[in-house]
Design a protein around this ligand. Structure first.
Ligand SMILES: *Cc1c(COP(=O)(O)O)cnc(C)c1O
Length: 350
């Protein structure tokens, strides 16, 4: 055990379990481009029902889920309002500009959250001179905000204001599952405040890949069209849908364990001299911590930790991110804490 690499870089590193591999092997498949892969159809119906929406579309990645949702609801020259720390701004290669021709107007606020008063400031009244404000984005949980969970009342304030202003509303719910586990709410309790919702099966749920977008029938018909245009329509993708269905049945409720492990990890880190838990705190499966200059930079610390068999990612010059998931449980967390303490001990004379 101690010799195995403990990979806490992301909850995307999970490998399919034996049970999931079995589900993949047994998947009923068809040609989804022709619309007749039974496993894909089942998954899309399941997601639509879970989100309380009319329809859903299975896509290869979370990026494509977000980008087809944006493209389906915006035209070039439109403007999208979302937090400056959004995944859509930082990690999707500028695709809102490249694929939809939209501008993004960033909101600010702690932990990746913002409120209705900011929306009022960022919204532009229709004018021949201005971009058209069209879509509002909320990311829940908020990745760069430390895995923060949006309070449902705040979602309600922002989205109801958006609706009054005539704006469409998209939830980047790559980790909406973690938000549900933390808050006790159901996916539909979040989704009802939005026109479209994306969700990922390849993060904490542990599928090899796959995401979905849910919404009304007309919008999801457009999502299907843009999925094809962006090159994301697959053939016998029922093998992937089967993994996602297995993940929903078997790996959703267990996310509570990842949240507990993140707390354990954070408690361990808090006791290590030279390290401190980032002010964002730990709400879900992510732990962000700060490396004191006496210990080195975040990158140097991560390199020392790697040599000890534990992987994490530097997230800023002094900030490290660790993410708990189903491939790193039980003893692995205690081992990780010991290795973290070892990596933080600066060699004498250096
Ligand atoms: C991971 C993630 C996505 C999607 O990323 P892909 O790597 O394209 O699957 C989208 N939004 C958030 C908040 C994410 O964390």
């Amino acid at each position: 055990m101690a010799d195995r690499i403990i990979d806490l870089r992301s909850d995307t590193v999970t490998r399919p379990t034996q049970g999931m591999r079995q589900a993949i092997a047994n998947a009923e498949v068809g040609d989804d481009v022709l619309g007749d892969d039974p496993s894909v159809i089942r998954l899309q119906e399941r997601i639509a029902a879970m989100m309380g929406k009319e329809a859903a579309c299975f896509v290869p990645t979370g990026t494509m889920a977000n980008q087809t949702a944006i493209r389906s609801q915006c035209e070039p020259g439109d403007e999208v309002i979302g937090h400056e720390d959004s995944h859509i701004i930082h990690y999707e290669t500028g695709s809102p500009a490249a694929l939809s021709g939209v501008m993004i107007r960033p909101a600010r606020g702690d932990r990746g959250l913002y409120d209705a008063d900011q929306l009022d400031e960022l919204y532009r009244a229709p004018s021949i001179h201005a971009p058209n404000s069209k879509l509002v984005l909320i990311e829940n949980t908020q990745n760069r905000g430390g895995g923060a969970v949006w309070p449902i009342e705040q979602i309600q304030r922002v989205t109801s204001r958006a609706k009054e202003l005539g704006l469409r509303r998209h939830l980047d719910g790559a980790r909406v599952w973690n938000a549900c586990i933390a808050s006790g709410l159901k996916p539909a309790d979040y989704a009802r405040h939005f026109d479209t919702v994306s969700c990922c099966f390849s993060k904490g749920l542990g599928s090899p890949c796959g995401s979905a977008v849910a919404g009304d029938k007309a919008t999801i018909a457009r999502v299907h069209r843009f999925r094809k245009m962006f090159g994301g329509t697959m053939r016998q993708s029922g093998v992937l849908a089967a993994a996602a269905l297995y993940a929903l049945d078997n790996h959703f409720e267990r996310l509570v364990e990842d949240h507990k492990n993140a707390k354990r990890l954070a408690e361990g880190i808090a006791d290590v001299p030279g390290l401190s838990i980032d002010a964002v705190g730990v709400e879900t499966n992510m732990v962000f911590f700060i490396v004191d200059p006496s210990v080195g930079t975040a990158a140097e610390f991560c390199a020392r930790l790697k040599a000890l068999g534990v992987l994490m990612l530097p997230n800023a010059p002094r900030r490290v991110r660790a993410v708990c998931h189903l491939d790193a449980v039980g003893e692995a967390i205690s081992v990780a804490v010991r290795k973290i303490a070892e990596a933080a001990r600066v060699p004498v004379g250096v």
